[in-house]
Design a protein around this ligand. Structure first.
Ligand SMILES: [Cu+2]
Length: 118
């Protein structure tokens, strides 16, 4: 019973916020790693209009990294030990969710916030 409760609760490797809103680089870069069914980044913050480059490093299992609301904000489902880099434009402001689209993983806690500041 306790084991089931533990496994089904969202578990983040850290309460890690990546705030890129003060960065002046032309492309805002962030690396997200997963361990089990959790990303090590809980929140990413960028500015409206930013080009965002995400490198997703899969620490094990089959996972992806997806935001539904932005074109191109989706990796393939990759296997453990591999990585993929994607790039997209944060062309709408607000709070969104990045998540793993493998069935059951988002519900198991494999998600985080993606915040676009106007
Ligand atoms: Cu997953």
């Amino acid at each position: 019973m306790m084991l089931v409760a533990f496994l089904s609760a969202p578990v983040f490797a850290s309460e890690h916020v990546v705030d890129l809103t003060d960065e002046t680089a032309e492309v805002k870069e962030v690396v997200v790693t997963s361990r089990g069914r959790a990303y090590d980044v809980e929140e990413i913050r960028v500015n409206l209009g930013d080009t965002v480059r995400v490198t997703y490093i899969n620490g094990g299992g089959r996972h992806d990294w997806v935001i539904d609301e932005f074109e191109g904000a989706r990796t393939a489902i990759i296997s453990g030990g591999s990585r993929e880099t994607i790039e997209f434009v944060a062309d709408q402001a607000g709070e969104f969710e990045f998540y793993c689209s493998v069935p059951g993983h988002r519900q198991a806690g494999m998600f985080g916030r993606f915040i676009v500041v106007e």
